[in-house]
Design a binder for this molecule. Structure first.
Ligand code: ADP
Ligand code: MG
Length: 452
């Protein structure tokens, strides 16, 4: 039954949180409709109740029906092994999966970086979307003691390379400054260590232990939201580390200013440097895909790559997912070539609509049809109101869907100059804000254009 619950839970929480909060739970008894699970300590249980109660309820409902009930049992104290690195006791503890940071028996506890060598600057493709963040990350790696970069916060939506860059910093520093101890930790891992330490009354030791770290890399600090206690302790830790001029690099899925945490913490996060990652342009996506294909030793023809990158726009992890699937499928089919057909099949699992290439002609035709006009009218000199509007909307959409320059767009619409095009685009943008009818028209039009 618990297996079934876990299956459902796995679908609703991210892998890191799953590992941290659900993997340690042990099912110990099942009596009619009551499932008893064992958690490591009371605070663990409280954390589950506070943050994951809905997920648990849903899982229980699916596994046991409406009568299902859940009981918690706290793990008996004698089995309890403190789960984070603690100075003197280190010698008695073996590193565990949730505690990969300790090598026993050293006087100044050596810090295991919790990094792997997979993510480096060398295999991070540069593009306009990431050059600021990449340069900032490099600057920190070259000069971890420079307070101007401390802390560095890299922010951006999921799948754009935050973790990659963060780990690249760690790997570069480990290489260049072998005597510095580097630690990579996710905010979730940190919370887990903290919760454990509270359970065993060793929070001070935890904070002390962290002072052995010279470069602290904290991933996904948006996970601080709603974790008051974690924020408090992290605040102290942050101050101590920064006082000792230890480097701190963090990532976040949103700009710090939008991060809903204590003000004192937020303002400190803004002391150093922030750099954002945005969605890569088509050429950058192509370069990334090519480099990953290369690393996997698979060959994909450029038109197929372009087809894939055209459809996966906002998430590099998805791009990798497509690649992995392609490799898998072509392998299963005895080295079947990765062609457009296979790509189309695989992409169906990643995007809802596979569009044809959108051209200015498609847009003009779609808009003309929508407003019941002859398509030639769009390029004509007519100044009739509804024609002007349709023309402006077409220009706006061409700008939005294609790479045409303002000048080229002007040419497509009867040789209008680029300031006219600019004015049209601005007009439509304003109308979308103020006029619901136009806004709906545009949503309709976009759908039609995508559908080809
Ligand atoms: P995030 O942490 O922002 O969600 P990740 O760092 O996990 O994203 O990146 C997702 C995947 O995309 C990783 O496998 C990473 O290697 C890859 N990736 C992202 N950006 C690039 C890039 N510019 N060059 C090469 N790989 C990239
Ligand atoms: Mg990440």
């Amino acid at each position: 039954v618990w297996e079934k619950c876990l299956l459902i839970i796995r679908q609703s929480v991210d892998p890191q949180s799953y590992q941290t909060w659900f993997a340690p739970i042990r099912p110990i008894a099942l009596a009619t409709n009551e499932l008893t699970i064992q958690v490591p300590h009371r605070l663990f249980y409280e954390f589950l109740e506070e943050h994951y109660i809905d997920v648990l309820k849903r899982a229980l409902l699916a596994a046991l029906g409406t009568a299902g009930r859940l009981q918690y049992r706290i793990k008996p104290a004698r089995q309890e092994a403190s789960n984070f690195p603690v100075g003197k006791n280190v010698g008695h503890q073996a590193p565990t999966p949730s505690n990969p940071f300790v090598i026993p028996g050293m006087t100044r506890p050596r810090v295991e970086s919790n990094l792997d060598g997979k993510y480096t600057f060398e295999n991070f493709i540069e593009g306009d979307c990431n050059s600021l963040a990449r340069n900032a990350a490099k600057a920190v790696s070259d000069n971890p003691n420079n307070t101007a970069f401390n802390p560095l916060v890299i922010h951006g939506p999921v799948g754009l390379g935050k973790t990659h860059l963060l780990k690249a910093v760690g790997n570069r520093i480990t290489e260049k400054f072998p005597h510095k101890s580097v630690l990579y930790v996710t905010t979730d891992q940190f919370t887990n260590q903290l919760v454990t330490s509270i359970g065993s009354n060793t929070t001070n030791e935890l904070v002390n232990w962290y002072q052995n770290v010279d470069v602290l890399l904290v991933d996904d600090i948006q996970q601080l939201i709603k974790r008051k206690k974690t924020q408090d302790v992290f605040f102290n830790l942050f101050n101590v580390l920064r006082q000792h001029n230890k480097a701190i690099v963090m990532t976040c899925d949103r700009p710090i200013i939008e991060l809903d945490i204590e003000e004192r913490l937020r303002s400190r996060f803004q002391w150093g440097l922030t750099a954002d990652l945005s969605a890569p342009a088509l050429e950058t996506r192509m370069a990334i895909l090519a480099s990953k294909a290369n690393a996997n030793e698979v060959l994909i023809a450029p038109p197929v790559m372009e087809f894939i990158c055209y459809h996966i726009q906002n998430n590099i992890r998805q791009l990798e997912g497509v690649l992995n699937n392609l490799v898998l499928h072509s392998g299963v089919n005895n080295g079947k070539q990765i062609d457009l057909e296979l790509a189309r099949q695989v992409l169906k699992n990643f995007v809802t609509e596979i569009n044809r290439e959108v051209t200015p002609e498609v847009i003009q035709r779609t808009v003309a049809e929508y407003y019941n006009l002859d398509v030639e009218k769009l390029a004509s000199a007519t100044r009739r109101r509804h024609v002007v509007l349709a023309r402006q909307i077409s220009m706006f959409l061409v700008k939005q869907f294609t790479d045409e320059s303002l000048k080229a767009i002007g040419r497509l619409f009867g040789g209008r100059d680029h300031s006219t095009v600019l004015y049209s685009i601005k007009t439509v943008r304003d109308l979308i804000e103020t006029n619901d009818e136009i806004k709906n028209d545009l949503a309709d039009l976009e759908r039609r254009i995508r559908a080809g």
